[in-house]
Design a protein around this ligand. Structure first.
Ligand code: 6PG
Length: 232
């Protein structure tokens, strides 16, 4: 049985609902602990949610923003998730937030994994809110179906919260990603998906082998801490 999905009439409404969940979580974290961590995915889905979230009246100086995953390209490259976040989320009031990059000057993510794991650890223990997307192949973060790295991402041998991944079929094969425990420990999160094809993948995910539909790891690991929001 797939977890409950909230259906919206428009992508604007779904984006607004996802942004509202993030604002509530971040505001509660700031009230309770004086700080908040927000870890977000890239891709095309989150743009409107980012823009709505960026204008929220939060004390953004208490917020640290990080990535769920990153393509190993320069931060000004069109495929960079950091570029996407700086362009659409770290704007307006949200410019006051701190940002922890995943991309470093290293030639490849494997050379930077330990350093980025150390940099992300304070913000994944646990993160206050994570935004996940999903590909039509059932991946989330950079957890790709059938990828040999999945076992290490599910049970990182050194407890790392960030790991390097080679994903041959992905937009930019060299990736850095949060591990499964790093995502699943988040206090709250939202999986934001658009379109009929992704709806079908989501509905089938509950019966799928997580190795072939890795979004299952987040669904199973977060349970009702992960809200699912969908629009056509
Ligand atoms: C990435 C993302 C990835 C994304 C899905 C959905 O770096 O590609 O973090 O996990 O959430 O691929 O991407 P779209 O929103 O573009 O469909």
């Amino acid at each position: 049985m797939a977890p409950a999905l909230t259906e919206h009439l428009s992508r604007a409404a779904a984006s607004q609902a996802a942004a509202a969940l993030a604002v509530a979580s971040l505001g509660a974290a700031i009230l309770a602990r004086g700080k908040a961590s927000l870890l977000v995915s890239g891709g095309s889905t989150p743009v409107e949610m980012f823009e709505r979230l960026a204008s929220a009246p939060l004390d953004w100086s208490c917020v640290t923003v990080g990535l769920v995953d990153e393509r190993w390209v320069a931060p000004d490259h069109p495929d960079s998730n950091e570029r996407l976040v700086r362009a659409h989320l770290l704007q307006g009031p949200a410019r006051a937030a701190a940002f922890v990059a995943m991309k470093t000057p290293e030639d490849n993510p494997a050379a930077a994994a330990a350093d980025r794991s150390a940099a992300y650890a304070p913000h994944c223990s646990p993160a206050d809110f994570v935004l996940l997307g999903m590909g039509k192949d059932g991946h989330t973060a950079s957890w790709f179906p059938g990828n040999p790295a999945l076992a290490q991402l599910v049970s990182p041998p050194d407890g790392a919260c960030v790991a390097a991944v080679e994903a041959p079929g992905a937009t930019v094969p060299q990736r850095m990603t949060l591990t499964v425990p790093a995502v699943n420990s988040a206090r709250r999160g939202v999986l934001l998906i658009f379109g009929a094809a992704k709806r079908a993948v989501f509905e089938a995910a509950a019966m799928a082998d997580p190795l072939q539909c890795p979004v299952r790891y987040a669904m199973d690991g977060m349970g009702n801490r992960l809200a699912i929001h969908w629009a056509p």
